[in-house]
Design a protein around this ligand. Structure first.
Ligand SMILES: [Zn+2]
Length: 431
């Protein structure tokens, strides 16, 4: 289809990229790559390799001879540049286990306002009242599914945008740009996206994940996160003869849950920059019960305070029932991305500048969650997260605008061009 109506693009690069990025998205979303949290293998599902193998082949067909799928299923590939630091571009190929990713039938709708009907399920439509950004996308070409599966723009939009940007740079050898390392990962949706990611082998000076949402948004902050387990040991006795002896750990666990604040500090009562404690699992019996909490905040000091609140609740339970024993264990999950990115602010600033160059004013945003970038940054590869344009992720109402994808792909091109410019191409340690 002919989408390259230049007047609708703020960037000539975006206009040139639109058809290719759409073709790629439509091709990639038809390949089922759902990951599986219950699996013990890596990647968690072998079918993710159906896409990683295809991507490696497509990269080799572009003339990128070193494109390979490694033993963990990651695709690594290099694009030679003229000067500057090596810029990593990362996206994940798997889709969320929340909704089916099998038999995806994408449709492209030229959007003129109102609801978008999903042909596979008459009860479902995408409504501008619920998905509010849609009202601002009148005149765009919108990709959705038929309503029976997710689309998988999370994160195949990121994959398609990186691929289209790389193909563009290959087609235009006259354009000066920094060296690029491409990394496509697996199992992001089940929290193991970079478990085996070899930063040294990847060899980038820093990187960007293309796994964000609204055009213009650069995520430079994530939650800091820990997991806290309260183990309550009671005393089990035959219930017929337990008077004065039994200590039921289930009831003590219920008492602890009951003491959590009801109007604050929970996911269901907080937003924006507020943190929370959140019981996610209770496992046990009379003799022993374990409550698992996740604890979240943008501020590391506040995170410790939330953990302390849970410790105090646990102590109060033990103080009231001295025959019980209550043990608290805390495990750090990930830290706020900003803690690391602030050491070299130029990395996120470059993403801002690239966004401006495609005609969009950048907005820095904080994710109420983590990204693969938070883990990579902690391990030494500083990695902010950049918009892909996708909306309503992990649902059958997922959608993405072709024009927004083209803007994201064009921003990637501008980003790697920018890092070859004298102002930016200084050694990253000095930036
Ligand atoms: Zn994602």
């Amino acid at each position: 289809m002919a989408l390259a109506d230049e007047s609708r693009y703020a960037s000539a690069i975006a206009a040139e990229l639109a058809d290719d990025v759409l073709d790629r998205l439509l091709r990639y979303v038809r390949i089922d790559t759902q990951s599986d949290p219950e699996s013990a293998t890596y990647p968690s599902t072998a079918k993710q390799k159906d896409l990683t193998e295809l991507l490696a082949r497509e990269l080799r067909e572009l003339g990128i001879d070193d494109a390979v799928v490694d033993e963990h299923g990651y695709v690594f590939a290099s694009l030679t540049g003229s000067r500057g630091p090596t810029v990593g571009l990362i996206a994940h190929v798997d889709t969320s286990p929340d909704e089916s990713g099998s038999g995806v039938r994408p449709q492209v709708v030229h959007y003129e306002g109102g609801d978008i009907d999903l042909p596979g399920d008459a009860r479902r439509s995408i409504r501008p009242g619920e998905s509010t950004l849609l009202a601002e996308r009148v005149g765009h070409d919108i990709v959705t599914t038929d309503g029976t599966t997710l689309l998988g723009a999370d994160d195949k939009a990121g994959v398609a945008e990186i691929m289209a940007a790389v193909a563009y740079l290959v087609r235009h050898p006259e354009i000066e740009h920094a060296p690029v390392r491409v990394g496509f990962t697996v199992d992001e949706e089940v929290g193991r996206g970079v478990l085996h990611f070899d930063i040294a082998k990847f060899g980038a000076s820093f990187a960007y994940t293309l796994d964000g949402a609204k055009v213009g948004e650069i995520d430079d902050e994530t939650f800091a996160a820990s997991e806290l387990r309260v183990r309550i040991y009671g005393h089990s006795v035959h219930p017929g003869t337990s008077k004065g002896k039994m200590v039921n750990s289930i009831k003590l666990a219920a008492a602890l849950i009951e003491r959590l604040p009801s109007d604050r500090l929970s996911p269901e009562t907080t937003e924006k920059r507020e943190g929370f404690v959140h019981p996610i699992r209770v496992v046990g019996g009379t003799a022993e019960t374990t409550i698992t909490f996740i604890v979240r905040d943008f501020d590391a000091v506040q995170l410790k305070q939330h953990e302390q609140l849970l410790r105090e609740l646990a102590e109060s339970i033990e103080a009231e029932e001295p025959r019980a024993r209550v043990v608290v264990e805390v495990e750090d999950s990930y830290r706020n991305l900003k803690e690391f990115l602030d050491r070299r602010p130029r990395i996120a600033e470059a993403a801002d500048e690239a966004t401006r160059r495609v005609g969009v004013e950048p907005v820095r945003t904080a994710i109420r969650g983590g990204t693969d970038g938070s883990v990579l940054s902690e391990r030494g590869l500083l990695t902010p997260n950049v918009f892909t344009g996708g909306q309503e992720y992990h649902s059958v109402e997922e959608w993405i605008s072709v024009q927004d994808m083209a803007i994201s792909a064009a921003a990637i091109v501008e980003l790697v061009k920018l890092w070859a410019e004298p102002d930016w191409a200084v050694p990253p340690e000095a930036s």
